[in-house]
Design a protein around this ligand. Structure first.
Ligand code: ADP
Ligand code: MG
Length: 498
């Protein structure tokens, strides 16, 4: 049996979907029968790990042995120590993937092809880190897909009406917010731009609930709230109740405290405004105003909050579109993409028919440039080689010249930024190194820099000394800086995931 699968490896919740024999994608519940699995890992003293609901229940009680929101650190140099072992965002993510894989395979058998989703604004390193995590989990990952694109794909394939125009995908999840604008014509999706706030999601709303409850508790008892008596999970439960009710009860240390939706909305209005500002930035990038958007598509569990729908109604003058469960569409879209990438001989006729006639074009998530010396200004500046929102795949070159006679080296850097900035202090340098040049030449030797951005979201960079033909090809993959990646010592079979 072919098991064509898509995995949404989320900041707070993950989900797995399978393309059924009839050609439609469907979420596969975990062992506990839940469609979504918390992306929470708890280390146990016997060397094994718990992933999902059981691990999440320990939040507030066993925090020193818990890792959550690890997705925010993907591609970064962070480590976690637990029971004498060092873990990284990659190894922790691999445990979450292993749990999803295990629960899936217990029912359907081995996964034959898989796509894992990544945020549109993930860096090259974070994408590489995701691939590595999949590999450690024993998944043969050939493709990733950007989350908003996956959601758009699920929407386009499920839509009853013919789509034609610009659509906004509004994804407010547990930890991050993204707004993507895509041109969709039937089943052809052309991503125009993405904007977002890295740290804005359900967790921030939960914290506001805790603040409200803690001040009410203080008022009622004169005492400070004990975090063990009102955990982040309790706050989340109240928040979720307030999506369908005007009032919810917080039970803390024998006290019953009422929290109203009105109080909650007042306390979180600045969070909603932040999301609104991102939506406006995305519209500006595309050069349209809200009336140019055909429909707004809701993605992410936090879009169940009525205040999100209200905010969007106000901005766009129409009801946003909810199809199915907003926390499942990314995984559904990922499995459709996995089928799209599967050899058509491995699909049955129904699956083949469903997967035909669609296309995807992504946009570059950042400005990628280089730092050079501007002789007119007498200072270092950034020149962008690939602009944000450039359609990918793409390749661009730019020419620079050496500054000094007998110059034997040139400093090569790759910069990344969310905006068109020329001040080197304001951009992130993602690679830095030297290109050796032959001695004895005058200044003014041409150096050609070429950047490419591939369909799979990875970048290629090369620095060429034109006269000598000497090239420095840059490898932006993890571990390419010479250090031995910690993950090399990680044995995925040395512990059990449950
Ligand atoms: P991720 O960001 O990890 O991809 P999801 O899209 O599943 O996650 O969103 C998870 C967030 O959605 C959590 O913060 C959760 O509390 C929130 N959420 C889920 N259901 C509701 C609801 N009914 N009302 C408010 N928030 C909700
Ligand atoms: Mg998500």
């Amino acid at each position: 049996m072919t098991n064509i699968v898509g995995i949404d490896l989320g900041t707070t919740f993950s989900a797995i979907s399978r393309v059924e024999e009839a050609g439609k994608p469907k979420i596969v519940p975990n062992k506990d029968g839940k469609n979504i699995t918390p992306s929470v890992v708890e280390f146990l003293d016997d060397g094994n790990v718990l992933v999902g609901d059981e691990a999440k229940k320990s939040i507030g009680y066993n925090d020193e042995n818990i890792v959550q929101e690890v997705k925010r650190s993907m591609g970064e140099d962070v480590t976690y120590e637990h029971f004498g072992k060092t873990h990284t965002p990659i190894t922790i993510s691999s445990m979450i993937l292993k749990k999803l894989k295990q629960d899936f395979e217990a029912v359907y058998g081995e996964i034959t092809s898989v796509v894992v989703t990544v945020p549109a604004n993930f860096t090259n390193e974070a994408r590489e880190a995701t691939k590595k995590a999949a590999e450690l989990a024993g998944l043969k990952l050939e493709h990733t897909i950007n989350e908003p694109t996956a959601a758009a794909l699920a929407y386009a394939l499920q839509s009853e009406s013919n789509l034609n125009g610009k659509y906004a995908i509004y994804d407010l999840g547990g930890g991050t917010f993204d707004c993507t604008i895509a041109t969709i014509k039937d089943k052809n999706i052309d991503v125009e731009t993405s904007e977002g706030v890295n740290k804005l999601g359900g967790k921030d709303f939960d914290e506001k609930i805790t603040e409200i409850v803690s001040s009410k508790f203080k008022e009622a008892t004169g005492q400070d709230l004990n975090p063990k008596e009102f955990t982040p999970n309790d706050a989340e439960d109240i928040k979720i109740s307030l999506s369908s009710k005007d009032k919810a009860k917080a039970r803390v240390a024998g006290q019953v405290l009422d929290v109203t939706r009105e109080e909650f909305e007042a306390a979180t209005s600045t969070l909603i405004s932040k999301a609104e500002m991102s939506v406006e930035a995305a519209l500006r990038n595309v050069g349209i105003d809200a009336s140019g958007i055909e429909d707004v598509i809701l993605v992410g569990g936090s879009t169940r909050m009525p205040m999100v729908v209200e905010s969007l109604k106000k901005m766009f003058g129409k009801e946003p579109k909810l199809f199915g469960n907003p926390d499942e569409s990314v995984a559904l879209g990922a499995s459709i993409y996995a089928a799209h990438n599967t050899d058509s001989e491995d699909l049955n006729p129904l699956q083949r028919q469903q997967m035909q006639n669609f296309s995807l074009t992504e946009a570059a998530p950042f400005y990628f440039g280089t730092i050079y010396h501007d002789t007119d200004l007498g200072k270092e500046r950034v020149r962008n080689i690939i602009n944000k929102d450039e359609k990918i795949p793409c390749e661009f070159s730019d020419n620079f010249v050496t500054r000094h006679d007998n110059q034997t080296q040139v400093d090569c850097s790759v910069t990344q930024a969310g905006a068109d900035i020329d001040d080197p202090a304001m951009v992130k340098v993602i690679w830095d190194g030297l290109l050796d040049l032959p001695a004895g030449r005058p200044a003014g030797q041409q150096i050609t820099i070429t950047y490419g951005y591939k369909e799979d979201g990875t970048m290629t960079c090369s620095f060429l000394d034109v006269a000598s033909g000497s090239v420095r090809d840059i490898d932006l993959t993890i571990g390419s800086d010479g250090g031995k990646p910690l993950e090399d010592d990680f044995d995925p079979d040395a512990f059990q995931v449950d």
